[in-house]
Design a binder for this molecule. Structure first.
Ligand code: PGA
Length: 260
């Protein structure tokens, strides 16, 4: 049975003071939701402050990106060991990184391997753009991103990987992928790619999250699907009540999945 994971990707939102305020409001309720892995991913400058607020809680901390090199002349970048000082997770290959900052399957792969070498849990994002979706290239694109992005990664750490399916065509359109569609992509493309890469046992242990327009109102519908193990939440993770409700929906799905 895979433990559900709900991660909040704050993107480029919240100053340090605002981040503290959000965590103050959220942490007490969030820590009471047991049996679900909960992770907050604030922007880099807020990681120190948020990490000190999370000490003694079961709430994890993640970065939204990092470089793969250990150190050196890479102005503006952050190294894996700098992330590891505060975090246990790192989001890699988010579609916004791929679209606006030129990330490729190759750079994603370097980052995933660097994360594993630094004992960070990578949350690796895959998904097709509107153009690819409309020209029926979902299968090809997701298979390629999985294969290249996860090539030569550490098999001993495979079970710890997290994959997030992000149908890019649904971002900002208000039209989230249906639970049927999301589950189909995970079942028919992502899980088989994981099996091919790491074998059936490891593939069954890897959490696959749904990402894009997850809200308090629709989360339960995604989490009810056996193949969907949680969510990477953007906008709704900045709203205390919404994020708490999403984590509660993950908890409720755990109970109903364990009864089946
Ligand atoms: P959203 O963002 O939940 O605001 O759609 C999801 C994401 O892109 O991580």
């Amino acid at each position: 049975m895979r433990i559900p994971l709900v991660a909040g990707n704050w993107k480029m939102n919240k100053t340090v003071a605002e981040a503290r305020d959000l965590v103050f409001k959220m942490a007490i309720q969030l820590r009471e939701i047991r049996g679900v892995e909960k992770v907050l991913c604030p922007p880099f400058p807020a990681l120190v402050a948020v990490s000190s607020l999370l000490v003694g809680t079961d709430i994890g901390l993640g970065a939204q990106n990092m470089h793969w090199e250990a150190k050196g002349a890479f102005t503006g970048e952050v190294a894996p060991n700098m992330v590891k000082e505060f975090c246990n997770y790192v989001i890699i290959g988010h579609s916004e990184r791929r679209t606006y900052f030129g990330e490729t399957d190759e750079s994603v792969n370097k980052k995933v391997r660097a994360a594993q070498a630094s004992d960070l849990t990578p949350i690796v994002c895959v998904g097709e753009t509107l153009e690819q979706y409309e020209s029926n290239q979902t299968g090809e694109v997701v298979a390629r991103q999985m294969k290249l992005g996860l090539a030569d990664t550490d098999p001993a750490q495979a079970a710890r990987l997290v994959v997030a399916y992000e149908p890019v065509w649904a971002i900002g359109t208000g039209r989230a992928s249906t639970a049927d569609n999301a589950e189909g992509v995970v079942r028919d493309l992502i899980r088989p790619a994981l099996t091919e890469l790491f074998g059936a046992d490891a593939a069954q242990s890897i959490r696959v999250l749904y990402c894009v327009s997850v809200t308090a109102a629709n989360a339960a519908e995604y989490f009810a699907r056996p193949e969907i193990d949680g969510a990477l939440v953007g906008g709704a993770s900045l709203k205390v009540d919404d994020f708490i409700e999403i984590a509660k929906a993950a908890r409720a799905s755990l109970m109903s999945k364990s009864m089946n």
